[in-house]
Design a binder for this molecule. Sequence first.
Ligand SMILES: CC(C)(COP(=O)(O)OP(=O)(O)OC[C@H]1O[C@@H](n2cnc3c(N)ncnc32)[C@H](O)[C@@H]1OP(=O)(O)O)[C@@H](O)C(=O)NCCC(=O)NCCS
Length: 156
Amino acid sequence: MSMAVLPELRWAQLPDAKPLAELEWRSAVYEQRRRPVCRNVQQLIEVWCERIRQKTHSVMLAYLPEELTLVGMLSFAGSIVAGEINALYIEPDYLRQGVGTLLMRTAEQLTVLHGGKRLLVGVEPRNEGGFEFYKALGFIVDGVEPSGLTVMHKEI
Ligand SMILES: CC(C)(COP(=O)(O)OP(=O)(O)OC[C@H]1O[C@@H](n2cnc3c(N)ncnc32)[C@H](O)[C@@H]1OP(=O)(O)O)[C@@H](O)C(=O)NCCC(=O)NCCS
């Protein structure tokens, strides 16, 4: 796969909650989500504000430096060492250009640096693209949670 765009990465700060919630809102449709986490984008902004303010999550942003366009995001829930990725969203116009791979590879390296041994993700049952993406990165299926999410992991 050739990298069609070359995004830069940085950690999200509180003012990023709005653009990142809007990105999740636009991108989540590609995930075939069964139930919306939030009724509207405003609620989602508040969710991300809390996660960033309380430092319960570490959120990485991928953006194009020239235009400051946000093209993707990845979030760790809890400590990075646990390797639990609870969100990964790519801007629809930038799909299949390697942005998701760049974020996941970086998350993998960060987890290793923190002493972690595995990455964990939960995939919506109808999210075929998500399964293919994680399989391409070497993840294997563990099983289905009571919530219906399929848990996949990768030893690192
Ligand atoms: C899944 C997702 C993160 C992939 O991001 P991306 O930047 O488009 O992925 P990449 O360009 O890095 O793809 C790497 C490889 O994964 C596989 N892949 C990615 N998307 C795929 C799709 N929709 N269908 C089949 N395979 C796919 C391919 O093998 C691809 O390589 P290729 O393009 O050379 O064929 C993105 O589609 C997305 O944001 N989806 C909506 C939200 C979501 O599903 N998040 C993850 C679930 S928790």
